[in-house]
Design a protein around this ligand. Structure first.
Ligand SMILES: Cc1cc2nc3c(=O)[nH]c(=O)nc-3n(C[C@H](O)[C@H](O)[C@H](O)COP(=O)(O)OP(=O)(O)OC[C@H]3O[C@@H](n4cnc5c(N)ncnc54)[C@H](O)[C@@H]3O)c2cc1C
Ligand code: SF4
Length: 424
């Protein structure tokens, strides 16, 4: 049987492994290790915070190796390393957001149907919302913002509303891409962890395999087909090291949270992002922002008394990543849109009853990177970028023509499914 190498085990990589195994003999190369949730509880976190030990966001990987933090000027970039990739840190939001792909002629209806058959999606968590969440929802309604309960992927009857979705679900409620990896593995796929792909070897216009590093040892993996699904930051690095230039069109969906002090808000014990308000170029959603809570000095209220709103912005496609680091700053238009969003979030908190002086801003961060080798109408049928050899594919948000400003997992899974059919 022909051999396929899939690089990365997140939303895109796990889907490709599951769909291709059987038609190919698949090996998944994953840079990180198995997933373990963040081990510390809130009391320990609050103690570490009081002791002034939490100085830099990058320190989090010492106790939570899955979370990789990079810094760009004025912004913190977060992604997941290890089996399941960033899906293990997701808040389980399950939206179809393929308008940008439809605009260039890509219709993923059939694949979304399959996705919704394979991944349970529900809004049943609404029945368990705490009273402050319900009141925030009513405030948004009263403002005419049309809030909608967030569809979540997984088995939410197991959800305990522990509020730790981004730190890893300990209750098996939230879906992540390890479930697809498990299926791929049962069908015979090999999963190799702690194996960082450095570059694809290309000879005479064909991908011959992948050079990867295990610790200080390098190994060549021969392949008839190579799929790069190392995420919106990982994939461009591998392509560029393989001699395939990418475009400086990185988007990241910046997130900024506002919070107020509210006695016994208990948002830290609520499912994250229970509902969302969709606006042009941004969404708003209740959110306990662990990153700001841990590392932002302005974020000083006790966890149980902190009530926050997240802004997630659809940013301009301007930026890049290379071995030297990430270049990403907000454009003037992004800043203008962000300040409109901050005003909308402030208004929600004001109506809720928060005092103007109590509202604090969190750390600008981002975790939905993509766009550095975007598909165009020319590739709408093949989903294969013209810069790639015939037997080398990409299967992640690197291919998205523009930022979604919304949770991308299901759209990446649907796109990967289509790519796997085209390969077959
Ligand atoms: C805190 C947070 C919450 C989120 N919540 C949601 C949500 O609720 N819903 C939603 O739809 N989206 C959410 N997202 C975004 C979503 O998780 C990602 O967009 C999605 O997982 C991307 O899928 P991917 O396969 O492209 O990349 P990833 O899931 O990031 O997987 C890439 C994999 O490639 C591996 N890798 C990277 N480089 C190499 C290399 N050189 N060699 C081998 N392996 C490599 C990585 O270790 C990783 O496992 C969230 C993101 C964050 C940060
Ligand atoms: S709130 Fe807790 S139990 Fe529920 S999905 Fe999130 S992490 Fe899992």
């Amino acid at each position: 049987m022909k051999h396929a190498i899939v690089i990365g085990s997140g939303a895109g990589g796990a889907t490709m492994a599951k769909e291709l195994q059987g038609r190919f003999d698949v090996t998944v190369l994953e840079a990180g290790d198995g997933f373990r949730p963040f081990p510390l509880g809130l009391p320990a976190i609050e103690l570490a915070k009081k002791a002034g030990l939490l100085l830099d966001e990058r320190l989090i990987s010492l106790s939570f190796p899955t979370m990789r933090v990079r810094k760009a000027p004025g912004m913190v970039l977060v992604n997941g390393i290890g089996l399941g990739g960033t899906t293990t840190m997701s808040t389980g939001n399950a939206l179809r957001v393929d308008q940008g792909l439809q605009a260039i002629g890509i219709n993923l209806d059939a694949e979304f149907e399959e996705v919704f058959r394979e991944i349970p999606v529900t809004t049943a968590h609404q029945k368990r919302w705490h009273r402050h969440t319900r009141r925030l929802f009513e405030v948004c309604r009263g403002l005419g913002l049309d809030p909608q309960p967030m569809p979540k992927m997984g088995e939410y009857e197991k959800c305990t509303s522990c509020g730790r979705c981004v730190l890893g679900c300990r209750h098996g409620a939230k879906w992540d891409s390890r479930q697809f990896l498990h299926i791929a593995h049962n069908r015979g796929a090999r999963l190799i962890t702690r194996c960082r792909a450095e570059r694809v070897v290309i000879e005479n216009g064909r991908a011959r395999g992948v050079i990867a590093r295990h610790g200080c040892r390098r190994q060549f993996y021969r392949a008839d087909l190579v799929v790069v699904a190392a995420g919106g930051l990982g994939t461009p690095l591998i392509l560029q090291s393989s001699g395939i230039p990418c475009r400086p069109r990185l988007f990241v969906d910046p997130v900024l949270c506002l919070a107020t002090r509210w006695p016994d808000a208990l948002q830290c014990r609520e499912i994250e992002m229970p509902f969302a308000v969709q606006r042009d170029h941004f969404i708003l959603s209740p959110y306990f922002d662990y990153l700001s809570f841990l590392f932002n000095k302005a974020w000083s209220y006790p966890a149980r008394d902190t009530l926050g709103i997240m802004i997630k912005l659809a940013d301009s496609s301007v930026g890049s990543i290379s071995q030297r680091g990430v270049r990403k700053t907000l454009t003037a238009l992004d800043r203008q849109r962000l300040s409109g969003a901050v005003e909308a979030a402030r208004e929600i908190l004001r109506r809720f009853g928060a005092g103007e002086q109590d509202v604090v801003l969190g750390t600008l961060n981002a975790g939905h990177p993509g766009g550095m080798l975007p598909l165009t109408e020319r590739e709408a049928a093949s989903l294969h970028h013209e810069r790639l050899p015939d037997n080398l594919y990409i299967a992640d948000a690197t291919l998205f023509p523009e930022s979604l400003g919304n949770p991308p997992i299901l759209t990446i899974v649907a796109l990967a499914k289509r790519i796997s059919k085209l390969i077959a």
